[in-house]
Design a protein around this ligand. Structure first.
Ligand SMILES: NC(=O)c1ccc[n+]([C@@H]2O[C@H](COP(=O)([O-])OP(=O)(O)OC[C@H]3O[C@@H](n4cnc5c(N)ncnc54)[C@H](OP(=O)(O)O)[C@@H]3O)[C@@H](O)[C@H]2O)c1
Length: 216
């Protein structure tokens, strides 16, 4: 697969590392060409540094590894370069006090989709810290991490499922893009519990067998 990465920061590096190792062609697009070159060098393999526009049009998938708000702004500016691409959104619209910045409005993923109406937005990879995505692979207690995805376009969901597997994780369908708000709210809840309360989020849900009553 050919993957364009918009952004040269933590999530860009963590995720692109897996994809370069899996043999995908990756273009790193940054507003700062030095940072894009440095990241492409660190990634090695087929990774190359480009501008944001070139990365947007580089492949079947563009990862928006940009802060909430900047994603929309950049997508609107890139316009038709993103046309027909899978636009992968990992952003978390989480503000001071672990608040959800999109409360009472469209989700970050839906805002990105409005800014790039010809792209197919898929929400994924927003629930864990960059250091989890840097693990090779992210496995805890012998179980690979499950990664929920939301999106409306089946071909795009299939591509992102492949990219999730390439990180060593297990993709889980979490519904259409109008459910991305739930993933973003979950991130705000988890981050607040982890950072604010030191609570173990993993301990808060019963095993599947108990999902609808006593386990069998
Ligand atoms: N870090 C995590 O643990 C984590 C986990 C899950 C989800 N996320 C989400 O992933 C997204 C990226 O996070 P990150 O940690 O990778 O951020 P980061 O390390 O700060 O990198 C952000 C990137 O976006 C670029 N950028 C910022 N504003 C821009 C603009 N207006 N136009 C063009 N480029 C711009 C930055 O460019 P410069 O370097 O030139 O400033 C940088 O390359 C965020 O939405 C975050 O909520 C992060």
């Amino acid at each position: 697969m050919r993957i364009g990465v918009l952004g040269t920061g933590n999530m860009a590096e963590a995720l692109a590392t897996h994809w370069v190792r899996a043999g995908h062609e990756v273009a790193i697009g940054g507003r700062d060409p030095h940072r894009a070159r440095r990241l492409a060098r660190r990634l090695g393999g087929t990774a190359r540094a480009t501008g944001l526009r070139e990365a947007a049009g580089f492949g079947q998938v563009a990862l928006a590894a940009l802060p909430y708000g900047a994603g929309e702004e950049v997508a609107a500016r890139l316009g038709t370069a993103l046309s027909g691409r899978t636009l992968l959104d990992c952003s978390n619209p989480v503000g001071p006090g672990f608040s959800l910045l999109t409360a009472r409005g469209p989700s970050a993923a839906e805002r990105l989709a409005s800014a790039a109406p010809e792209a197919h937005v898929v929400k994924a990879f927003n629930l864990c810290h960059e250091d989890v995505w840097r693990m090779r692979p992210p496995v805890f207690d012998g179980r690979p991490l499950s990664v929920p995805l939301c999106g409306d376009d089946e071909a795009s969901l299939a591509r992102v499922r492949e990219l999730v597997r390439d990180t060593g994780c297990h993709p889980v369908s979490a519904g259409a893009l109008d459910r991305a708000a739930l993933l973003e709210a979950t991130a705000a809840l988890f981050i607040g519990l982890w950072v604010g309360e030191g609570a173990d989020v993993q301990a808060m849900a019963p095993p599947l067998a108990w999902a609808s009553g006593p386990g069998r």
